[in-house]
Design a protein around this ligand. Sequence first.
Ligand code: PGA
Length: 281
Amino acid sequence: MRLVILDKYDEASEWAGKYVRNRILEFNPGPEKYFTLGLPTGSTPMGMYKTLIKFVTSGELSFKYVKTFNMDEYVGLPRNHPESYHSFMWNNFFKHIDIVPENANLLDGNAPDLDLECKNFEQKILDAGGIELFIGGIGPDGHIAFNEPGSSLVSRTRVKTLAQDTIIANSRFFGGDISKVPTMALTVGVGTVMDAREVMIIITGAHKSFALYKAIEEGISHMWTVSAFQQHPRTIFVCDEDATLELRVKTVKYFKGLMYVHNKLVEDGKDYQEVKRQKKK
Ligand code: PGA
């Protein structure tokens, strides 16, 4: 596991955006080889999306050969509702980049057969060759996607009923009215995210600090579903100082001491084809 600690939200977002940029550039996607990216919604990834839009606008990065799969979607909210995850993704990210619309995959929370919709989503991920990099955020209760406390750690994409805490937290997007928040969602499972070749989880703010502590300093538990990623061979937690408040000083010092290594991963302007040629030698 890598734990990347930046000062503030903005720096964490920039680090995450640069990491995604470098992973895509290094992969060197093309018509025969798409890069597959798992994506979250929420306030946490907004800064990362802005960073990525900047790279696309400046011509450094293209999403032409990238396929995306979103983690979740509310059930029963019209697709064009401003708070649907479909609207969120198009308004905040997809419409500003050069992704081919049919390569942006989102679950349909209004599908006539929701179970079938979930099954088909898993199949689409498989058909795309699996996910190269899955990016997630978490809730203060440690949920990843809508895998609420108590979710199976080997779960797949399915219909979930939201926990009351999540409904209350998300009511801020519905004018503070909890009766307007959908109570069900379609979500990838913990197992679906675990199958990705790499996972990056962004955690910022003091209100997530207990969840980060549970995620990395205590054992794996289905009551803190993000803790499952202790078992993943390639997980990166990207956080700000506030999110580390509940961690041991020893943990924070160790990972901060590794920042010179982590920062090499996000350097600008690497010649990736040159890096590849060097690796082959
Ligand atoms: P947030 O939500 O990024 O808006 O805090 C994350 C989540 O609940 O998964």
